[in-house]
Structure formats: structure tokens, C-alpha cells
Design a protein around this ligand. Structure first.
Ligand SMILES: [Zn+2]
Length: 408
């Protein structure tokens, strides 16, 4: 069957002005997807699964559902929707805007690009603005029409100014328990990850407090030594944010945070595999050494999904050209591609099978976030599904049983 979907309203630039995008939504209580190859831990051909009230249901042998719409996935793969733990923005909108319109744009853009769940990343900014953004996400969650917002990721303000990356240096702060508590309170329980530089004075106390508050303390924008990183691990640090980027390098006598994160099984790491941030040989090394402890993020900024050109990001000029977003001094500032593009790039660099690539962009992030009904195709799991071909081109995106994009 063929859906008649109006994709023309998905947003475009007309006379240099961004026209608001509309998410294509097709919702029905029951639906059957048959004939495709399911990407579970392996590849399972001749799928027969039903989507019922937003959940996946495996059909029993011989079970027929009459009068139910059927989508043929013949020649396609059926994969779980991607989960991105680090999204600052997209389609001209930034989480820091602190508005439901911006959050709606971000959810819609990433949703139709194959990301069915995302963690909204709040970059370092004046504290009031960070708190407003956290409140806005907490209020908006549950009303999104595209990618589901799974929580917030505080990327700051306790970052090392020497490794500030694209962050505005004057907004960075020394770790402080009171500030951390206030930000968590503004997040209304939705802060899931907090990235900080644990080597700063007071850093370990904040790591301990975050771990006790069930927030994943993550190292990032950090100049920590190998020993300091392991020490932070003993205090509850679990994760390393965009490994290799915006942190002390890996030196043979001082392996730094990247060396500690690779060496210690206690750490999980994420990487920006957009083809710009990291040399392919290091992507291969991470894949070989971390496996289940590795996941992909987009670190997408507001310019993601927009044409090449000049934009403003976090108070500074940003130039986007050939998938690179740079600030003055050729400093990289987040990425401009959604997670699916990073997954495709990682798969090519590391010669991954589709099930392996899906683990890095869906299963592992879901596990790290503690999600028990996402990240896999399984009976009773959320119907967050992608239909894609062998070139990773999307044919359909479904989140919670709602179709966000389709060319079937
Ligand atoms: Zn970021």
C-alpha cells in the first residue's frame, strides 16, 4: 500500500526565511509490518510484527489480523529507532532558546531523521538561562510530536576553560554543590546526564552528589589526568562525553581522560562519528576496545538540517560548510548531522554489520539511560521503528506507533 503523506510541509528555506516544519503524523491503533528483515541482535528475515497501541507485538505463526492496515517492508530492514543522548538543537532551534516552539522543532527535525528518542543537551550559558531551558524541557516533555524527549543533559557550567570547545568561556563556573542542586531542581527530575570536568576544585563532590541523585556523572571538556579520571570513577563518574573532543589528549606517558576511559571497563564512552570530529582509525580503536561500552551521539547544534552558511551559535559566529560547523580559529562546534548519518559513517569506518551499528546508536544508549522498553525490537517494546535500506536511507520512521516520515 502507499501512504499519501504530504512531505512538502516538512520545512524549507523560502526567500532566505525558514518556513516552519510540520511533522507528518500518521497514527493508528493497529498496523502490521511484514516481509522485511528485522534487526534484532542478528538479522531475522520475513518479519511479521504488529504495532498495537504504540507497542510492538510479534505475531504468532499462523495468526492473522483481519481488517488491519499492512505495510510491506519487502527488501528493507526494520530497525529500532535511534536514541541520541546529546542533542543541542536542529533546524534553527536550540534547547537553550527555552521555548516550546524550539523544542517542537528539534523533536520534529530529529524525529523525521530517524532519531525517535533524544536527550536535550543544555550548553553552558548564564545560570538563569540554563535553568529556564531545563524548566522548558520538563514542561514540554510528553507533548512532543516527533522524537520523544527522554531527559536533559547538562553540558556545563562546570567545564574546564582550557577545554571549553564551543562553549562561552565566561559562562563556565567552578563546581559548586548549590548551583548543581538548583539546576537539578529546575530540571524537575528530567536531568539524566551531567557533563563536567572532575579535576576542577570541588568537582569530585559534585560527581558524588550527581551519582547519589541518579544522574549519570560524565566527564567532558576536561583536562583531567589519567589518575584523576580513575579517581573520579571511584566517586561515581561513569561516562565520558564525546571522547577525544574537548579534553586532554592521549599521551604515551599521560594517557589522560581518554586513556582512562578506554582502559577502565567501568566507563562507557560516547563519540561524535560525523566524519569530521574523529579520525576513522580512532573510531576503529574505540569499536575494538569498548564494544558494549561505546555509543554514538550527534552533538547536533541548531544549524543541523540547515543549508551551508553563516549562523550565530552561543553568542558567536558559526560557519557551516561541508558538514563542518566551525567558529573563529577553525574550532569545531558540535555537529550538523543527525545520528543516522553518524551511524552510517561509523559503520563504514569500522565495517560494521547493521545489527552492530544499531547497537551503538540505539541499544547501548537505551541501556545506559536505563530504558527498559526502548533500543531493541522485542515483544512489548515501544513501537519506535525505522524502515531503511542497505544504504541506510530511511523509508519510514515511527515513534510510539506514530509515523513521522514515510516514503513507502
Ligand atoms: Zn554538546
Amino acid at each position: 500500500m502507499r501512504f499519501t503523506l504530504d512531505n512538502s510541509k516538512n520545512g524549507e528555506l523560502i526567500d532566505g526565511k525558514l518556513v516552519r516544519q510540520e511533522t507528518v503524523i500518521w497514527s493508528m491503533d493497529e498496523l502490521i509490518i511484514c516481509g522485511g528483515t528485522m534487526v534484532t541482535g542478528t538479522l531475522e528475515p520475513n518479519s511479521r510484527l504488529a504495532v498495537s497501541k504504540g507497542k510492538i507485538r510479534f505475531l504468532k505463526t499462523g495468526e492473522e489480523l483481519s481488517g488491519v492496515k499492512t505495510i510491506s517492508a519487502e527488501g528493507l530492514y526494520i530497525a529500532p529507532g535511534l536514541i541520541d543522548l546529546h542533542v543541542h538543537g536542529g533546524y534553527g532551534a536550540d534547547v537553550l532558546d527555552g521555548t516550546r516552539e524550539s523544542l517542537g522543532q528539534i523533536s520534529a527535525y530529529h524525529g523525521r531523521c530517524g532519531t525517535t528518542g533524544l536527550v536535550a543537551a543544555v550548553a553552558a550559558a548564564p545560570l538563569e538561562q540554563m535553568a529556564d531551558a531545563l524548566v522548558a524541557v520538563a514542561r514540554f516533555a510528553g507533548q512532543e510530536k516527533g522524537a520523544r524527549i527522554l531527559g536533559t543533559h547538562l553540558e556545563g557550567p562546570f567545564l574546564n576553560p582550557r577545554f571549553s570547545g564551543a562553549m562561552e568561556q565566561k559562562t563556565l563556573k567552578q563546581p559548586d554543590l548549590k548551583i548543581a542542586e538548583d539546576l537539578l531542581a529546575a530540571g524537575c527530575g528530567m536531568v539524566k546526564i551531567a557533563t563536567l570536568a572532575p579535576e576542577l576544585p570541588g568537582g569530585l563532590e559534585v560527581v558524588e552528589m550527581l551519582a547519589a541523585s541518579r544522574v549519570i556523572p560524565a566527564l567532558g571538556h576536561s583536562g583531567a589526568s589519567f589518575a584523576e579520571t580513575l579517581e573520579a570513577g571511584r566517586m561515581g563518574l561513569k561516562h565520558v562525553t564525546h571522547i577525544f573532543n574537548a579534553m586532554a589528549g592521549l599521551h604515551h606517558r599521560e594517557p589522560g581522560p581518554a586513556g582512562a576511559a578506554i582502559f577502565s571497563r567501568g566507563f562507557t564512552v560516547d563519540v561524535i562519528a560525523d566524519g569530521v570530529h574523529i579520525h576513522p582509525c580512532l573510531l576503529k580503536m574505540l569499536w575494538q576496545l569498548k564494544r558494549e561500552g561505546l555509543l554514538l551521539i550527534s552533538d547536533a547544534v541548531a544549524a543541523a538540517g540547515l543549508p551551508e552558511g553563516r549562523y550565530r551559535l552561543w553568542g558567536r559566529d558559526l560557519e557551516v560548510s561541508r558538514n563542518r560547523a566551525t567558529m573563529a580559529g577553525d574550532r569545531l562546534a558540535g555537529s550538523t548531522v543527525p545520528l543516522l548519518a553518524a551511524m552510517k559513517n561509523m559503520a563504514r569506518a569500522c565495517e560494521l554489520t547493521l545489527p552492530q551499528a544499531v547497537r551503538l546508536a540505539s541499544t547501548n544508549p537505551a541501556r545506559i539511560l536505563g530504558l527498559t522498553s526502548k533500543g531493541r525490537i522485542a515483544d512489548g517494546f515501544d513501537a519506535d521503528l525505522l524502515l531503511l535500506d542497505q544504504d541506510y536511507d530511511l523509508h519510514l520512521v515511527m515513534a510510539g506507533g506514530r509515523i513521522l516520515f514515510s516514503k513507502i
